[in-house]
Write a protein that binds this ligand. Structure first.
Ligand SMILES: [Zn+2]
Length: 110
């Protein structure tokens, strides 16, 4: 993973200067969902790395993940995906979106 002189991964938007940083965070992308009545439902997708609280542990052992937060009103749940899982999810979503629009999928679904 490429890091800058402050130790932030290239995707981190915070550009941390504090050595006590607890997480690196990428750009948040929001995707609205149908339903929910008066409560907006949406997904927040970003890249994150939560660093160990015990600084004796190496931050290199902290995995970077694709985090999906599902928001429904004031509640939310978080899913953490590995890079491979995120690519598989993107692949499956694209194939299903193409099918939804009546298009030939641009990729095969496993
Ligand atoms: Zn950072």
């Amino acid at each position: 993973m490429n890091v800058d002189e402050q130790g932030c991964p290239s995707w981190c938007i915070e550009k941390h200067r504090d050595p006590e940083v607890i997480s690196h965070e990428g750009v948040v992308h929001c995707v609205d969902l149908l339903g929910g009545g008066n409560d907006r439902q949406f997904l927040e997708i970003r890249t994150v790395q939560y660093l160990p609280i015990d600084t004796r542990e190496s931050s290199s052992n902290a995995p970077s993940m694709v985090e999906i937060a599902y928001h429904f009103g004031s509640r939310y749940r978080v899913l953490n995906l590995t890079g491979a899982s995120a690519r598989e999810l993107a692949h499956v979503l694209l194939a299903n979106a193409e099918a939804l629009d009546g298009n030939q999928p641009t990729c095969e679904v496993y």
